[in-house]
Design a protein around this ligand. Structure first.
Ligand code: ADP
Ligand code: ADP
Ligand code: MG
Length: 593
């Protein structure tokens, strides 16, 4: 494919990352194209883009993962580049290949690099080949409990059995003695099979108090690389990052540079170009390759604020064939001060539970002031849909040093106003105010094992559904002509606006299975799931008495576990699912008589 500067970019994503890319492109004088699901017709990313195309559908599978609809939008718009954001198609080698074959630039790495870094065993092999240290363990699949027990005896327990095709912390089992091996192996394989459809496993040493430290790299298509910064993402809950910072401090003389160079070696081994992140675990002066994320990550802005480098601009330039704008020395000379990012998720952290809290953001007032940046896909009045990731926005703060950055982040979080949905802000504040965090004594286990979140109370009940009570009068409206979106300014009587708003809200409500309709708040006995996902756990059995509001199954969707509640009290007459089953929006899982 000829390398030429890009002139029109389609963003195959939604939310804050779509907004982030649109802004960078606009600053570069490049036209932008948004795509949108039915629920996102008026979302911020759509409002900001120069053009927008309807994908149809509500769930991710129906919309942002609908290959044909996206390819069609690329063709119709005439875009010459596609930015995949993170999630969705960002690490899908087939998608990258399909658009490359259309003569459109994929703003990301080459498909083969995505593939090779895509599973844990082949990526460990690639890292080794490039001379980047990996966690001690096997680089082939293991098939017998005896092999695993031998490994434990040789390297010492604890060890981790990991699913080669796992992710999100699933399919990973920690084994503390030879006696536990068989059971842990069976369970890792069961979980891997249920979640990823494949049950190949391997073993590695398990570190007991590690930090998660990663390296942002960028490469161009001419073989040049630079590592931009390290990031510490040790404040995690169930392997989900809560707070990220750059650089990773307190690692000992020369370690940061060594890690940066090791990351480039891993990238070079697979012919990588564009932006990517190599994740390591660090403990007691040693670091080991964990995996490579072949995309722009959620936490990329902390590297930006300490270097002044716009990573999305670099991605776009590299995809158009330009060489990296700076040498490694120039990048290193730009590093200055400390950056912290807070993920503000629509989750209720009360009691340390972090339950999803979708709904309408009735009020959003981001904080600002010196050193404060807020990247979000929403404004006041927008809806956080249960169908997508629940990231409301990212607060990114720069300070001249780490203590200044921590104090400024606390100040900014205290000023931030988010109403209508619960957020993780109280948990973030608890992390930032803790002396262990200030002293860098935390590890990836710290939030769960040490931090006490039991004192966090539930926020005031969200404003609820009062759609009819709070009409949204808009001056602008949109029309779709042949699937292309146009903004139209129109004056409508308030009454019309009320009807439109109520209708839209209804469409976004979970589909309920037939049945419903019972008056007097009795609720339906047909318990349906509101979104596509995987059943993690069934909490009730046939014949059991349940109360209205009691959880009957746990459903995982978009990296989140959701409790599905009974709408009425009664006896369970049927359980239609088991752990590991995939369900679609509206599927009935439990029947209550
Ligand atoms: P990791 O925690 O592995 O470093 P990130 O924190 O960068 O990954 O999160 C990116 C991943 O989270 C994506 O691959 C995707 O699975 C999911 N994700 C997060 N936010 C979104 C979003 N807005 N849309 C789609 N997927 C998302
Ligand atoms: P995933 O694909 O689920 O992100 P990773 O291999 O990146 O899988 O592991 C997820 C998290 O589990 C890491 O961020 C780290 O906190 C922890 N972890 C993984 N492997 C080990 C290990 N060998 N020792 C200690 N902790 C580990
Ligand atoms: Mg990981």
């Amino acid at each position: 494919m000829p390398l030429k500067p890009l002139t029109k970019i389609l963003i195959a994503n939604r939310g804050e990352i779509a907004v982030r890319v649109i802004r960078a492109a606009r600053e570069m004088g490049i036209a932008t194209v948004a795509v949108y699901s039915e629920l996102d017709r008026n979302a911020l990313h759509v409002r900001l883009a120069d053009e927008a195309y309807a994908l149809g559908g509500q769930t991710a599978a129906e919309s942002y993962l609908n290959t044909e609809a996206i390819l069609d939008a690329i063709r119709k718009s005439g875009a010459d580049g596609v930015h995949p954001g993170y999630g969705f198609f960002s690490e899908n080698a087939d998608f990258a290949e399909a658009i490359t074959q259309m003569g459109v630039a994929f703003i990301g790495p080459p498909p083969d690099a995505i593939r090779e870094m895509g599973d844990k065993v082949s990526s460990r092999k690639a890292a080794l080949r490039g001379d980047c240290p990996i966690v001690p363990g096997t680089t082939e699949f293991v098939t017998t409990a005896a092999e695993i027990a031998d490994f434990g005896k040789k390297f010492g327990f604890p060890i981790a059995i990991k699913a080669a095709f796992g992710g999100g912390g699933r399919g990973m089992k920690v084994v503390r003695s030879a006696e536990e091996v068989q059971e842990a192996m069976d369970s890792a394989q069961r979980e891997a099979k249920a979640f990823f459809g494949r049950d190949e496993i391997y073993v590695e040493k398990y570190l007991t108090w590690p930090r998660h430290v990663e390296v942002q790299i960028v490469g161009d298509q001419h073989g040049n690389y630079a590592w931009v910064s390290t990031r510490d993402c040790s404040a995690q809950r169930r392997h989900q990052k809560l707070v990220e910072e750059a650089p990773a401090v307190a690692m000992g003389e020369g370690i940061e540079e060594a890690m940066g160079e090791a990351a480039i070696k891993a990238a070079r081994a697979v012919g990588y170009f564009n932006a990517g992140t190599v994740e390591f675990i660090y403990q007691d002066g040693e670091f080991f390759f964990l995996e490579m994320n072949t995309r722009l990550q959620v936490e990329h802005p902390v590297s930006e604020v300490i270097t002044g480098i716009d990573l999305v601009e670099w991605q776009i330039r590299v995809a158009g064939g330009e060489t990296l704008p700076m040498t490694q020395e120039q990048v290193a000379a730009r590093r200055n001060g400390h950056g912290i990012e807070i993920r503000i998720n629509a989750e209720n952290p009360a009691g340390g539970k972090f339950l999803p809290s979708p709904g309408k953001i009735t009020k959003l007032v981001p904080s600002d002031g010196f050193g404060v940046r807020f990247d979000s896909g929403y404004e006041s009045g927008d809806e956080i849909s249960q169908y997508y990731d629940n990231l409301v926005g990212k607060l990114i703060v720069w300070g001249k040093d780490r203590p200044t950055a921590i104090a400024r982040t606390i100040r900014a979080l205290e000023e931030m106003v988010v109403e209508g949905v619960a957020t993780t802000i109280p948990a973030d504040l608890a992390i930032l105010r803790h002396p262990d965090f200030a002293a860098m004594k935390h590890s990836t286990k710290w939030v769960e094992e040490v931090l006490d979140l039991s004192g966090i109370e539930a926020p005031k009940a969200p404003a609820g559904d009062g759609d009819d009570a709070e009409p949204l009068v808009r001056r602008n409206t949109t029309v779709e002509v042949n699937g292309k979106r146009f903004d139209v300014a129109m004056w409508v009587p308030e009454q019309t606006a009320v009807v439109a708003s109520a209708g839209a809200a209804k469409a976004s409500k979970p589909k309920r299975a037939a049945g419903g309709g019972a008056g007097g708040g009795a609720g339906s006995g047909q318990v349906a799931v509101p979104m596509q996902g995987t059943i993690v756990k069934v909490l009730v059995e046939v014949g059991q008495d349940v109360e209205a509001g009691q959880a009957v199954v746990v459903l995982e969707a978009m990296k989140m576990e959701n409790q599905i509640l009974a709408e009425k009290s009664g006896k369970v007459s049927e359980v239609k699912v088991k752990a590991g089953d995939t369900v679609g929006s509206g599927d009935v899982v439990v029947v209550i008589a």
